[in-house]
Design a binder for this molecule. Structure first.
Ligand SMILES: Nc1ncnc2c1ncn2[C@@H]1O[C@H](COP(=O)(O)OP(=O)(O)OP(=O)(O)O)[C@@H](O)[C@H]1O
Ligand SMILES: [Mg+2]
Length: 238
């Protein structure tokens, strides 16, 4: 098991955003994390990646207790995440943004030339070949999403958390994004994907976990899970 979240709870004031959550993720899996708006998906990512600390419970990554660790340390251990709202460094080129990702992951870059080459390869892999020198302010939605993934990949993660990378994409762009996520999975990186687009999530995931009001209400084989009555009710109640 690469990630084990045990009995994690997080409240914001009176609102319990995550309630006694258990997650077990195997190495190499691509897991879809779904649930209605406000069900706690992004909060789960924030907890796993160290952006917020749990009130209770523990998070074990790769056999190591990382509960309460700072984001940069968790990133160095091998967990990368993308943000629902992308926020690249506006004054920099795409390549410079990806190189910052690499520095964040490794702490240091030994050879700038080598790092640059590797980041260019990552840009090509996500579909941004030859866009490296472009200022990120010139990037539209789809390119910003690709850049966000490139930045995360540059940290050399073993576990990648993708938060709604499909929102705002056209059908064709979405197909491309699905192919990209599959290619990342094929490269051996374990992935948890948060996504509202059901077709995409069913295409990508080998397993689904469903949250509702901060609690896990179902998990298992994707096509079975989406037929689960409790899951349908949670979505209809939205
Ligand atoms: N920093 C915060 N302070 C206060 N409340 C928060 C904070 N972050 C999240 N919440 C609340 O916690 C609950 C879960 O939010 P979260 O963003 O995790 O949901 P989500 O499943 O990602 O939703 P969406 O599908 O809309 O992105 C919501 O009620 C939200 O308002
Ligand atoms: Mg969210």
């Amino acid at each position: 098991m690469i990630l084990e979240v045990s009995s994690v709870t997080k409240a914001f004031g009176g609102l319990v955003a995550i309630n006694d959550l258990d997650l077990a993720i195997n190495e190499g899996e691509v897991v879809g994390l779904i649930g209605p708006n406000g069900s706690g998906k992004t909060t789960s990512f924030n907890l796993i990646s160290g952006f917020i600390k749990p009130d209770r419970g523990e998070i074990i990554f790769n056999g190591k207790d990382i509960t309460g660790f700072k984001p940069h340390r968790i990133c160095q251990y091998g967990i990368a995440r993308t943000f629902q709202l992308t926020k690249p460094f506006a004054g920099l080129t795409a390549l410079q943004n990806v190189m910052i990702g690499m520095m964040y992951g490794e702490g240091k870059i030994r050879s700038v030339a080598k790092a640059k080459m590797e980041c260019e390869k990552i840009l090509e892999f996500v579909g941004l070949a030859r866009r490296g020198q472009a200022p990120v302010t010139s990037f539209g939605t789809v390119d910003r999403k690709k850049l966000e993934i490139a930045r995360a990949l540059a940290t050399r993660p073993r576990l990648l958390l993708l938060d709604e990378m499909m929102s705002g994409l056209t059908a064709t762009e979405m197909e491309e994004a699905v192919r990209l996520v599959k290619a990342i999975g094929d490269s051996g990186i374990t992935i948890i994907v948060v996504e509202h687009v059901m077709k995409a999530i069913l295409d990508i995931s080998s397993r689904l976990i469903v949250l509702n009001y901060g609690e896990k209400i179902a998990e298992g084989e994707p096509r079975e899970v989406v037929r689960n009555e409790q899951v349908i009710e949670a979505y209809l109640g939205e």
